[in-house]
Every structure is written in C-alpha cells, then in structure tokens.
Design a protein around this ligand. Structure first.
Ligand code: ATP
Ligand code: MG
Length: 405
C-alpha cells in the first residue's frame, strides 16, 4: 500500500493507537487488527503518562484517545511539536468547545467524540493519511450486486450493468471491469462465453505478487471491451480464500478502471465488509416473492448495521410482472415492504435472458432497447453521469479496503 510517506519495512500501513480505555482499545484492535496490511501498535495508558516514550516513527497515522485535563493537553502539545508527521487523530470522551479550539490550534488532523464506530475511525484515518502528496488521479466507481436469495439474477444484472457502464462515456468507452467474487460457483465467464483466467493458486499465500502486470494476465477480455476477472469453477472444492488476496485484488482493480462491478456470493466472507465499504453503490437483488423480499429486507438491515453511515444498500426486485387482476405482488407492495431501500423492479423476460446466456452475449445484442436494459439504465446511468461530482481520493478507498475487516 502506498499511504502517506513510504513506509520502508514492508510497504505496510502503520497505525499507532494510544488509549487507556479498554473498550476503545478492543474496538481499535478489531477495526485495524484483522488486516495483514496494517501494522497496528496499541500503546496502553494515558498520553500524560506515556508522554515522550510514545514512539511514532514510521507511523502512517496516530490515534490518541485523550483524557480530559490540562496534563493531557500539554503532553499532546509536546507530541505535536515533536512530530510534524504523521497526522494525529484525537478521540475525546465528550465534546468540549474549549478543547476543540485548542486541538484546532495544535493542528491535529481530526478529532472524534466517543462512541466512535469502526467506520468513522477508518474514514478519519484514511482521510488524514492521504498525506501531502495525494498523487493518484483516478478511482473507480464501484457497483456491487449482492443476492438476497439464490438465483435472484445477480449475475444477469451485474453483467448488464457492466455493459451499460462500459458504454456510458460520451465519446470514449469507460474502462470497466466486472469481477466475479463468487469464486466457488461463479457464472460470469459462462454468461459472456469467456475463458476464466484468474488463477487463485498462483497468488494465494503471496498476495503481494499480484501487481498490474499479473492482473493483466489474469483478465479475460470480452469483445465489447469489457474486462472480466473470473476464476474457473471448482464445484467440488471446499476452500476459503485469503482475505489479503481479495483485498489486494480490490485495490488493484479500483485503481486501474473507471468502473468496477462486483458479482457477490451469498456467503458472507471475512472480506465481504471490505467490498461493501469500498462500494459507491450497493444493490441487493431479490426475486419477486414474499420470502425474497423478506430476505432482502433482512440483508439491508444487516448491512446498515455493519456499515453505519457507509454506502446505503438498495433493493432491486428482479423478474417482476405487473398483472392487473392477479394475486401476485404489485409495485405498491414492493414499495410498502421495502420502503426507502426499494430501488427498481426489473421485468421478467425469461426467453430474452435465456437466449443471451446461451449465446454468451449481452441482452442488448439479442434485443436492442429491451425492457430489462431500459430499467437498469434508469437506475445506473444517472449515477454514472454524476461521476463528475467530487469523489473520495483513491487512497481513501485503498485504506478502506484494507482496514474494513
Ligand atoms: N429479469 C429476468 N427475467 C427472466 N429471467 C431472468 C431474469 N433475470 C435472471 N433470470 C434468470 O434467472 C436465472 C438466475 O439468474 P442469475 O444466474 O443471473 O442469478 P444469480 O442470482 O446470479 O444466481 P446464483 O445464485 O446461481 O448465483 C437464470 O436462469 C436467468 O435466466
Ligand atoms: Mg450468480
């Protein structure tokens, strides 16, 4: 990772946390500790007690849990004078206007008031850790599709969305990568009639080997110009994947493409939070059934709980059929059940989808201007057009991917 000043040892992000609060210490350990890319050092005690002994050399960011009191503020003042870099994030027990002013004058990079959620802490650290250089210019817009139930249409909609994004540029094609994270039962390569080239065995255990060059080898290219990352199916293999490998993959694709679309598996893995937190748009795909909607609602609630103020999950109800006089679910039912999280109903058009899948082509090639693509366009393209709006810096996303586990 290239966060802030190069950290010679192992290209890692070093986070130093000083706290005398065991609850906060535990939360910091869970937030930062799970990633092999983060070198977390927790110092127990108050700043006044540790004072000059606090070693921040090589740190990317320092988090100081500050107890109230003048002695603490004076110790912080000394630290700030001593260490022009790294940036310091202060966490306080309660908001106090005078303390806030003093912190501002000391030029701490940010300060948070307890209770601090993991997402808040990661965000604050990522923002301040950008460092003075902030050199990279592009960052992908990330669209993630999650299944509420099996067979809901995640792969179909992810493929179509990737195609729409690819062609969303005014004059030139936007570089777009579709990543099949359903390593065990992925179907993206089949749906596009491509040979999957991601060799997980090659990078497992040594995720640092995965660089731009190796990524290039592991990409499959569709004739439309869409880049695809998919691994060959190994249906009988029971294995879990190194979270660091997945994180590395996410970091790489997000800095090398304009748009990235993720096809997610149903199982929640240790790296799932990282993907969700790094996404700009999260779509939960459900079929048009009562159990499907119920699962979608539960999943939305679970994501909201885990992500805090991270990206908001939106539900796409797939295979929807509006019938005047039938007893099936109507649009009003979907809106009522899902409330705010209802994003769109995609029409049921089995013959069209089946033909596209069988021929390994996008829906528009079978039937230009079909209703499924039309609906998706309404949902996805306004956001693509809004891409000009200021985006978080690439390093923020990189740190998010690496930290949020
Ligand atoms: N809008 C639609 N209208 C009709 N059929 C659809 C539609 N979307 C998907 N299908 C069909 O539903 C089936 C499942 O689709 P798909 O493989 O995209 O779902 P999935 O959620 O990725 O499934 P899995 O859980 O196996 O990963 C396929 O047979 C596909 O043809
Ligand atoms: Mg699928």
């Amino acid at each position: 990772m290239r966060i802030g000043r190069p950290n010679s040892a192992a290209n890692k992000t070093r986070v130093v946390v000083l706290t005398a609060d065991s609850v906060f210490e535990q939360s910091a350990r869970t937030t930062f500790g799970a990633s092999a890319q983060i070198d977390l050092r927790v110092v127990s005690g108050t700043l006044a007690a540790v004072d000059e002994k606090l070693d921040v050399t090589g740190a990317t960011v320092v988090v100081i849990d500050l107890d109230a009191g003048d002695a603490e503020l004076q110790a912080l003042q000394r630290l700030m004078v001593r260490a022009g870099w790294p940036p310091v994030v202060v966490v306080t027990q309660a908001f106090d206007e005078n303390v806030a002013r003093t912190l501002l004058q000391m030029r701490v990079a940010d300060f948070l008031v307890k209770p601090v959620s993991p997402v808040e802490l990661v965000r604050a650290c990522a923002r301040v850790a950008k460092g003075p250089a902030g050199s990279e210019a592009t960052e992908a817009q990330i669209y993630t599709f999650l299944p509420a139930v099996g067979g809901a249409g995640v792969t179909t909609l992810a493929v179509q969305t990737a195609m729409l994004l690819l062609n969303s540029g005014q004059r030139v094609r936007s570089s777009t990568c579709l990543v099949d994270l359903d390593f065990q039962h992925g179907a993206v390569a089949d749906y596009l009639d491509l040979e999957p080239r991601l060799d997980l065995g090659e990078i497992e255990g040594r995720p640092e080997r995965l660089d731009r060059q190796l990524l290039e080898v592991m990409l499959s290219h569709h004739s439309s110009g869409l880049a695809v990352i998919a691994a060959p199916n190994r249906p009988a293999e029971m294995r879990s994947f190194d979270p660091d490998m997945v994180t590395r993959l996410l970091d790489l694709v997000s800095t090398n493409f304009d748009y990235v679309v993720f096809d997610m598996p149903r199982t929640w893995f240790s790296w799932t939070d990282s993907v969700l937190l790094g996404s700009n748009k999260l779509f939960v795909v459900s079929e048009t059934t009562v159990p499907g909607l119920r699962h979608a609602k539960q999943l939305v609630a679970a994501i909201k709980e885990r992500m805090g103020d991270g990206p908001k999950p939106q539900v796409i109800v797939n295979r929807f059929q509006q019938r005047m006089f039938s007893s099936g679910l109507r649009r009003a039912d979907l809106e009522q059940t899902l409330g705010d999280s209802f994003a769109a109903a995609i029409p049921n058009h089995y013959n069209l989808v089946r033909e596209a899948i069988d021929r390994g082509v996008p829906l528009d090639e079978v039937k230009p201007g079909n209703k499924i693509t039309q609906q998706l366009k309404k949902l996805v393209l306004p956001q693509a057009a809004a891409k000009v709006a200021p985006q978080p810096a690439p390093l923020l996303k990189k740190l998010k991917f690496s930290l949020a586990r």
